[in-house]
Write a protein that binds this ligand. Sequence first.
Ligand SMILES: NC(=O)c1ccc[n+]([C@@H]2O[C@H](COP(=O)([O-])OP(=O)(O)OC[C@H]3O[C@@H](n4cnc5c(N)ncnc54)[C@H](O)[C@@H]3O)[C@@H](O)[C@H]2O)c1
Length: 240
Amino acid sequence: MTGGAGGLGREVACGLAEFGAGVIIADQDRTGLAEVKNRLDDMGCEVLALELDVTDRDSVERAAGTVVQEYGKLDILVNAAGINLRKPVMDLSEDEWDRIIDINLKGTYLCCKIMGARMVRQNRGKIINFGSVSSVLGHPEHSAYAASKGGVLLFTKVLAMEWARNNINVNAIGPAYIETALTRDYLSSEGNYEKIARSIPMGRLGSPSDVVGAVIYLSSSASDFVTGSILMVDGGRTAD
Ligand SMILES: NC(=O)c1ccc[n+]([C@@H]2O[C@H](COP(=O)([O-])OP(=O)(O)OC[C@H]3O[C@@H](n4cnc5c(N)ncnc54)[C@H](O)[C@@H]3O)[C@@H](O)[C@H]2O)c1
C-alpha cells in the first residue's frame, strides 16, 4: 500500500495485517515507514517496507519488481499516498497545482498501471484508490485537490471497465475529514473542528478505523461483484 506511513495508511496496513495479510508499506517518509514496520513486526505480521515516490515511474517500477521478487504475486493494491494545500485558486501557484495533481492523480495512475500489470498477468486482483468527499463535492480552497480526487474517481471507473474481464476489482473510497497530518493544521485552528463536525450528518469526524473497515471489505471476496464504485466513508456528508 502506498502512503503506508501516513495517518490512514498505517491504520489500514495494521487492519489488513489483523486479517492475515502480508503487508507491503510503501511511502517516501523513511522515519514513518520504520515506525509502522515496528508496529507490524510486533503484531507478528509479514511486512516489507519500501521507500517509494509515487510520482517517479522508475521508483514505482523498482517497488513492483521487489514485490514480485519477494512474493511472486500481488493480491491487493491500496493507493493512499496523497497531499493537500488549502488555498483559494488565485493563491495556488502553478507548481503547487502540479505537485498535488502529480502525487494524488498521476501517482495513482502510475501505481495502478505498473502494479496492475502484474494483476492482469495473474488474472486476479483488488485495487482500492483513496478518493475523498472532494471527489464529488466542490469545497472552496480545494481546487487542485478536488480536481485530483475527482480524477481518481473517474480513473477508477475506467480501470474497472478495462479490467473487469481480468477478474480485477477497482474501487475507490471517499472519506470525509479524519484527523491526520493532512488535516491537523486546519482542524487545530479555532472553530474548524466543530465547523466540520457540524457539516457531517452524523455530527462527528471520521476515525481511521472507519476507513479500515471499508478497505477490508473492498479487499475481500465479500466485494467480488463490486467494481467501479466509490464507497463513501463520510457520516452521510454526501448523502443529500
Ligand atoms: N485525512 C482525511 O481527512 C482524508 C479525507 C479524505 C481523503 N483522504 C485521503 O486519504 C489518503 C491518506 O491521507 P492521510 O490522511 O493518511 O494523510 P497523511 O498526510 O497522514 O498521509 C499521506 C502519506 O502519503 C505520503 N506521500 C506523500 N507524497 C508521496 C509520494 N510522492 N510518494 C509516496 N508517498 C507519498 C506521505 O509521506 C504520507 O505518509 C490521501 O490520499 C488523502 O487524500 C484523507
